[in-house]
Ligand binder design. Structure first.
Ligand code: ZN
Ligand code: ZN
Length: 301
């Protein structure tokens, strides 16, 4: 099913208080697929959230970075988008690409709603819910009625990470595993294996777009300052198959700190932090050594 990505995502503002923003932008990709974007002013992470509607059930991928329903009316918006079935709302599964808080902060808004199932976010819960018996191997399936979504384990950024492949649109929903932003590597070996796993999975399936959890780069591929509420001239949300097929080699050649590619940046935050700490300690030692030398000279003088 083809769809439209002809949309200008909310880019936030240099001064959010001076220019009030709608907290949630809703884009209808095709009649049964919605893309929601949280305003960079509401939360700098500015998450993308996806709603897939089948004939029996709907699937929500991630609940974003904001808990407060007044600041971010996510559940209310989703319920309005859900079609009725026998006088009730279509049952909804709320799943996550991974357990990082910016992908599940909105969960409590769904907790007490009837016919809504929230998938646990810890690894044991994810494994049990999707019935993975040999994690991170094997593929799970969610049958939404006339629409099947495959769940592919993709640990590496985070050990609970999964990607979702939708057979209706041919879209891979990739979370923080692959997006126009900083691919933060927690476990390099697992990440590399995950990239190979997804490449292999898509060899026999049509792929239209790869849609991730954030946009952190501008159109020139430069990252916005971390924490920025303003994203002028954003990079396109969608990545293509070539970005995925290049990922295993990029990960294999990764220097362990930082590497820039046209459509994403590889970074290991822990290694970078350690490097900065080591440099800081070295500079401190040099300063102390210099001061001691100066004092000794003076004393001699
Ligand atoms: Zn994450
Ligand atoms: Zn994230």
């Amino acid at each position: 099913m083809p769809g439209s990505l002809d949309v200008h995502w909310n880019e936030g503002a240099a001064d959010c208080t001076a220019t009030p923003q709608n907290p949630l932008q809703v884009h209808n990709y095709e009649p049964q697929t919605f893309i929601l974007r949280q305003s960079p002013c509401a939360e700098f992470e500015a998450n993308f959230i996806y709603l897939l509607i089948g004939s029996d059930k709907a699937l929500l991928i991630d609940t974003g970075a904001v808990a407060d329903s007044k600041a971010m009316p996510l559940a209310k918006t989703i319920l309005e988008l859900l079609p009725d079935q026998d006088g009730k709302k279509l049952p909804l599964i709320v799943a996550h690409t991974h357990r990082h808080l910016d992908h599940r902060a909105g969960d409590p808004q769904f907790a007490s709603l009837p016919s809504v199932q929230v998938v646990p976010f810890d690894l044991e819960g994810v494994r049990a819910f999707f019935d993975f018996t040999d994690w991170p191997h094997g593929i799970a399936h969610i049958d939404l009625g006339g629409r099947t979504v495959d769940v592919i384990p993709t640990p590496g950024h985070n050990q609970t990470h999964v990607a979702f492949y939708d057979d209706r649109t041919g879209i891979l929903f990739s979370g923080d595993f692959l997006m126009p932003g900083r691919l933060l590597i927690d476990d390099a070996a697992a990440y590399h294996e995950s990239a190979l796993r997804v490449v292999e999975f898509l060899k026999t399936r049509p792929l239209t777009h790869i849609l991730g959890g954030h946009i952190e780069l501008n159109a020139a591929g430069r990252a916005y300052r971390f924490g920025s509420h303003y994203h002028p001239n954003e990079h396109r949300l969608e990545l293509a198959k070539a970005d995925l097929t290049a990922l295993p080699a990029a990960l294999a050649h990764f220097n362990g700190f930082y590497a820039r590619y046209p459509n994403y940046i590889l970074a290991n935050p822990i290694h970078n932090l350690l490097a900065v700490a080591i440099i800081a300690v070295a500079v401190l030692i040099l300063i102390v050594w210099g001061v001691l030398r100066l004092l000794r000279r003076r004393r001699r003088g």
